[in-house]
Design a protein around this ligand. Sequence first.
Ligand code: AMP
Length: 466
Amino acid sequence: MTKFSDLNLNPKVLKAIDEAGYESPTPIQAGAIPPALQGRDVLGIAQTGTGKTASFTLPMITLLARGRARARMPRSLVLCPTRELAAQVAENFDTYAQHVKLTKALLIGGVSFKEQEALIDKGVDVLIATPGRLLDHFERGKLILSDVKVMVVDEADRMLDMGFIPDIERIFGLTPFTRQTLFFSATMAPEIERITNTFLSNPERIEVARQATASETIEQGVVMFKASRKDREGSEKRRVLRALIDQEGEACTNAIIFCNRKVDVDICAKSLKKYGYNAAAIHGDLDQSQRMKTLDAFRNGELRILVASDVAARGLDVPSVSHVFNFDVPGHAEDYVHRIGRTGRAGREGKAFTIVVPRDEKNFEDVETLIQKEIPRVENPAKPSAPRKSSRSAKPEVVEKAEAPKPAEKPVQDKYESKDRGSKPTRSRSRSRGGSDRHHKDNNVVGLGDHLPEFIALSFEERRAS
Ligand code: AMP
């Protein structure tokens, strides 16, 4: 097995790695560091969680340790798709470069231009930036990119999703032709292939196993769920989510919940808070200081549950997330891999649960095709037969306004789930849940007084049949 000491890294960098507690390089590090140190271009196909940040930061620091920065002319450039990822790369850089005298500037939105300009004016070795903010600085005439020796593009596929490719092409054009390029992407979409063919020169290509294999330590599960009524889907899904969290009890030390839409991120976080969970939202519409505050709280353990959108969670480095919950199935199968990769990092164990409604079935099939594995179906823990309260049972039951029991609200139906696991959705099952007279008496219907017309308490099938 390769050792860090075999890789020709600067001894001061080796010291920092040792202090970080890393024992041996990950495959992307073992593959990318040697060619990077030889000055070659690198094309790394790797995802977050594989140790890819260090695979470019460590050789960069080693290369930059010789030489000095000149005013307004950074010697290296790292481009990241999001502010969070850029901030995280900067943190990694600080860790690994702590024994080497190098200067850096972080150019991201939400921070004043003045402060950033002052740093650039003094001269920086490493500039870590999001593409838009970097170009803003360039256009203000405060930045000269003609001395860039090493340029890193991190998470290029995410840049593509976010529409940054024209900016990236422009930035490539502003840096010298002779620069060294270290380019990372989780997937190789045709557009990414085109960029690498255009701007990389005879790169060393290193592809590490997709996260599907890197994440053997992640236990996955899926709840196939169908709401009792379309307009109740949101609230019933949230009930399933709470039941999943409860079911995990104390094993769920901290979790990230992914929603596809920002609006659902907000609703989900608010709902969890109302139910007494320690949860907060993070998405692109929140201001930078708010996002940083939430992330810090999550990192240092003050916040247990982070509800996030894909973009906001990119590059979020929280080494010990115990659980990931997909409130929605992501639209791109690769995102599933990214999402669950937030847990089970660097060899640790983790659990990832996904809630699938019929509409998301196709996307879910794509996920299983991509990871070439059937994700185990798990029982819907919110089913009326299952105990509804576990670790939270001591807490007061809070009823959300939007989720207050509605007239004749019946328990969550699970026909979809039974169908998916091969057993027939029988009428007798739904009858036994909500149909019998005895059940009506046990299950007082809220909101219609005592004189409930008989037909209202029948299930849909029963009403049709009667
Ligand atoms: P990344 O893929 O860069 O987001 O890194 C994922 C996580 O792995 C981070 O928490 C790193 O601190 C950690 N890490 C990176 N390299 C190693 C290594 N060689 N050994 C152990 N952990 C590592």
